[in-house]
Write a protein that binds this ligand. Structure first.
Ligand code: NAD
Ligand code: DAU
Length: 353
């Protein structure tokens, strides 16, 4: 399937910007980026593509139905990839309202605008149109020590964030079943890599380690996540958009299950190598166990065999190689980090409930 014009929501965020950089650097696709620029949106993440004639930016809230409908008319996209969301679990615990608004109502607004636009397309273009909804493995809830999330695992979201994403997945499915909108949904595990806002475990730990501050590990540090390098996710998303079955769901994962303590100790060891502490001590000594996250999901692990078998996709990066690249990037991009940290000073989030 050829997609000449693609509308991306949330393209100033961590994953959206990785997708846009890949599209502009490696393809001929014309990309329109719709983003509200919340605290998590950063146009500096698009500095390497912003001069391209194939890239344009629309400063728009996806909840604004009039503005979204204009964006569809102006850009006449062949597909939309929807990433815009409030994405941080801890913030959803402190203030769930914004999550309901953007993740649920924003998705509803986009679906309605896409449906109106798609309905008016000539028959020759209608079948090729796609609404790709980018979602999370957190909709499936929490696993015990064994087992994996598959595309048929029942939804059991536990946080306001994951509940809002689950709701948005249901809306997308319903717009396909009821109105025939050609959708595809992907549910991915934890991403890491360059340009991630430093509220999430890996970039926050890098930032705090370099500042000589305590590295907060929630609970005992034995919660498990399945880590995927962000460029591998971007690659999977473009594969699913182009080749995925209409109405299909695809799980995306890295086959990299790690406890949080393993993640932070590995990160500390790489930092010891790349930027040793001036006093000769080890970064691991900065680890501090703190109060657990309310409703903290124990384990996420993805069975990505459908994506591998149907669309021949697999991750390229190992956790160690991806983490080293990530840390190296943060060490060399102080200016980007400073912009991001204007909106957040590293304080503990998610314990006010
Ligand atoms: P992010 O928080 O880094 O970026 C979100 C982007 O959406 C920001 O640029 C923000 O300005 C924009 N945005 C927020 N509300 C908006 C609104 N109302 N209108 C327009 N733009 C708005 O998030 P991310 O980590 O890049 O995640 C992107 C998507 O992928 C999300 O839907 C998330 O649920 C999903 N996801 C993330 C991960 C992960 O590990 N980060 C894993 C699986 C799925
Ligand atoms: O699984 C996919 C999800 O991964 C995405 O849908 C979310 O958008 C993304 O934020 C991420 O959610 P998590 O809650 O898993 O990510 P976070 O980086 O916030 O936390 C990862 C793990 O580390 C989690 O078990 C909580 C723990 N943690 C987190 C922070 C910020 C700590 O122990 N200390 C911390 O300071």
């Amino acid at each position: 399937m050829t997609i000449t014009r693609l509308l991306i929501t949330g393209g100033a965020g961590f994953i959206g910007s990785a997708v846009i950089r890949k599209l502009i650097h490696e393809t001929d696709t014309i990309v329109a980026n719709v983003d509200k620029l919340t605290y998590a949106g950063n146009l500096a993440s698009l500095a390497t593509v912003s001069d391209s004639e194939r890239y344009s930016f629309q400063h728009v809230d996806i909840c604004d139905a009039g503005a979204i409908s204009e964006v569809f008319d102006r850009h006449a996209p062949h597909a939309i990839m929807h990433l815009a969301a409030e994405s941080h679990v801890d913030r959803s615990i402190d203030g769930p309202g914004e999550f309901m608004q953007t993740n649920i109502m924003g998705t509803y607004v986009l679906l309605q605008a896409a449906r109106a636009y798609w309905s008016a397309l000539p028959a020759s273009e209608k079948a090729g149109f796609r609404f790709h909804h980018v979602s999370t493995d957190e909709v499936y809830g929490s696993l015990g020590n064994k087992g994996y999330f598959t595309e048929t695992t029942p939804y059991r979201p536990n946080s306001p964030y994951s509940a809002s994403k689950a709701a948005s997945d249901h809306l997308v499915r319903a717009w396909h079943k009821t109105y025939g909108l050609p959708v595809v949904i992907s549910n991915c595990s934890n991403n890491y890599g360059p340009y991630q806002f430093p509220e999430k475990l890996i970039p926050l730990s890098i930032h705090k380690a370099l500042a000589g501050a305590a590295l907060p590990i929630y609970g005992k540090g034995d919660n498990v996540r399945d880590w995927l390098y962000v460029d591998d996710h971007a690659d999977a998303l473009l594969t699913i958009l182009k080749k995925g079955t209409v109405g299909g769901v695809y799980n995306v994962g890295g086959e990299n299950e790690k406890t949080n303590l393993e993640v932070v100790t590995t990160l500390c060891a790489i930092l010891d190598d790349l930027r040793p502490r001036p006093d000769g001590k080890r970064y691991v000594q900065q680890i501090s166990f703190v109060k657990d996250r309310p409703g903290h999901d124990k384990r996420y692990a993805i069975d990505a065999s459908k994506l591998k078998q149907e669309l021949n996709w697999g991750p390229r990066e190992t956790f160690e190689s991806g983490l080293r690249k990530t840390i190296d990037w943060y060490l060399q991009n102080d200016a980007w980090c400073e912009i991001a940290m204007q909106n957040y000073k590293g304080e503990r989030l998610g314990v006010t409930s």
